[in-house]
Design a protein around this ligand. Structure first.
Ligand SMILES: Cc1cc2nc3c(=O)[nH]c(=O)nc-3n(C[C@H](O)[C@H](O)[C@H](O)COP(=O)(O)OP(=O)(O)OC[C@H]3O[C@@H](n4cnc5c(N)ncnc54)[C@H](O)[C@@H]3O)c2cc1C
Length: 499
């Protein structure tokens, strides 16, 4: 089902002699695993955004850096596009393959190379799962803070490429704030080190530039992250509300009171019920919204902060307030939240997860507007999200087998993202732009800003061979989408059309 696939990209790419490419790869690397039969390629045709599907030309599964380097060089010589893939859990179609391109799967690079408890760092290969880093660091009383809900499966390479976030990023920062160094291979196979183990490095901050670049600038081959000491204690409060707007206001009130929780998450009634049915977390199923607020640190501070947050929540109109009685209940409260996406997936044949960020003060109004849009489009929307960051995840429920529902879901998602931009927010908080949000980039950025993005891309990858068609829209696309003004049928920068 290629319903949402944009033919503009593959259609514009030159044809590739698949047999010759296969032969060249095998000649240089006889042991390199290359998948080329249709039935072998099928499992790789999408990432976590399964409405977008394309069968790749070839899938390569290297085990050694030399092989990755060789694949990049051969593809570069033959001008074959390359899409890097980690665990394939991305939700914006970032690892969506190309019919005329190679999918470079980095999941076999799954070794933890070093845990240094004194420097509090971990040096790992890009295919290592996010959670595996914290598990390896646990014997030293350390952990890796950014914790996407997909952490059991997603890879650190994918996290760097998407600048992934998670429940604890409100207090501890996103991936970019917890990175020290990455090793990359450029499009023509040159090895580069970005960042260092020092707090700052001379020159431009290329590490920050590279983080979140969605596989467009290079292939990550090694990552050094910061580790943090495990907090002495963590307590979680669950507050129920009789309206989503009140819960939204309470979020802003907590931060305004000068408290930065370890995590501050919100779920609306549809999400609460779904999670409760699935996980039995002990959520109040009649509440219109719940907040989960975790406070962590040293015992005395956490005790005081819990008391202050309780006051704020009561003042904000919480109808019920509970503190997890023990560690088992705390874990259960979080399990409901962390499994909310699959739980919502049980309510409907398909769901479409949006990812927009707004200023916290706009939460009540935007939640209200989403409810109105949901009624207007006739599709249910469940909200479960990183409220403290203002990072919303409306989950649009639909049935792809019903004619027109997928397109309606996509249109509704687009409206929600444009709403985020309108109130001063962004079209992505952590899931990236990928293929999914490429049109909304035209609403977020103006012509000059997009031109600058293309120039950065061209500095790393002049031929546009790494993950083309993702993340940065052509000005042509923006003109078609209607966000850029076209004078007399002329694009402002026709030379940029090739990207
Ligand atoms: C149930 C569920 C919950 C989720 N919750 C969260 C959440 O809380 N927070 C969050 O941020 N995300 C979340 N995600 C999205 C996803 O897990 C993240 O975006 C994650 O970072 C993707 O990692 P991955 O290894 O699966 O990457 P992939 O999906 O394989 O790839 C993602 C992007 O990274 C690029 N890439 C991958 N590896 C490399 C490499 N070695 N070098 C260069 N580029 C590379 C790809 O080209 C692609 O553009 C969730 C997903 C699911 C399914």
């Amino acid at each position: 089902m290629n319903i949402l696939y944009d033919e503009q990209v593959d259609g514009a790419l030159p044809d590739v002699d698949k047999a010759a490419l296969l032969q060249a790869l095998h000649r240089q690397w006889p042991d390199l695993e290359v998948l080329h039969q249709l039935e072998e390629l099928k499992p790789y045709e999408c990432d976590g955004l399964s409405a977008y599907r394309t069968t790749p030309l070839l899938v390569v599964l290297p085990r050694h850096i030399d092989e990755v380097q060789g694949v990049l060089r051969i593809c570069h010589e033959r001008r074959v596009p390359v899409v890097a893939r980690g665990a394939g859990t991305g939700l914006s179609g970032g690892a969506l393959p190309l019919e005329k391109g190679v999918l470079l799967v980095m999941s076999r690079f799954n070794n933890i190379l070093q845990i240094d408890p004194e420097a509090r760092t971990a040096r790992v290969q890009p295919g290592v799962r996010n959670l595996a880093i914290s598990q390896a660091a646990a014997p030293f009383g350390l952990y890796y803070a950014p914790d996407p809900s997909s952490q059991i499966a997603c890879s650190i390479g994918g996290n760097v490429a998407e600048n992934a976030g998670g429940v604890h990023c409100l207090k501890y920062g996103l991936t970019v704030h917890n990175l020290l160094k990455v090793e990359i291979l450029t499009v023509d196979g040159e090895r580069l080190t970005l960042g260092s183990e020092a707090l700052d490095s001379p020159g431009f901050d290329l590490l920050a530039l590279f983080t979140g670049s969605e596989g467009l600038l290079g292939v990550i081959t090694e990552v050094t992250v910061k580790l943090l000491p495990k907090p002495q204690t963590a307590k979680v409060l669950l507050a129920a509300f009789d309206s989503v707007e009140k819960a939204g206001r309470a979020v802003a009130d907590i931060i305004a009171a000068g408290i930065i929780p370890g995590g501050l998450e919100m779920m609306d009634n549809l999400a609460i019920r779904a999670a409760e049915d699935f996980i039995h977390a002990g959520y109040p199923v009649d509440a219109e919204a719940i907040l989960l607020c975790e406070l962590d640190g040293v015992e005395a501070d956490v005790h005081d902060d819990c008391a202050r947050v309780r006051q704020v929540l009561e003042h904000a109109g919480a109808t019920e307030l509970r503190q997890a009685r023990d560690e088992a209940e705390r874990v259960r409260f979080w399990a409901g939240r962390k499994n909310a996406f699959p739980a919502v997936g049980r309510l409907s044949p398909d769901y479409y997860c949006m990812d927009g960020t707004i200023p916290r003060r706009e939460l009540p109004g935007v939640l209200h507007a989403i409810a109105q849009l949901s009624a207007e489009y006739g599709l249910r929307v469940a909200n479960v999200f990183h409220a403290g960051d203002g990072n919303m995840h409306p989950l649009i429920l639909f049935d792809a087998n019903q004619p027109g529902e997928l397109e309606r879901a996509e249109a509704l998602g687009g409206k929600i993202l444009e709403l985020c931009v309108k109130v001063g927010g962004s079209i992505t908080g952590e899931h990236g732009v990928g293929r999914e949000k490429i049109n909304q980039m035209c609403a977020q950025f103006n012509r000059d800003e997009l031109t600058l993005f293309h120039a950065v891309k061209a500095a790393f990858d002049p031929g546009g061979l790494l993950n083309p068609g993702k993340n940065i829209p052509t000005l042509h696309r923006c003109a078609e989408f209607g966000a850029l003004h076209v004078h007399h049928g002329q694009l402002p920068f026709p030379e940029l059309e090739r990207f």
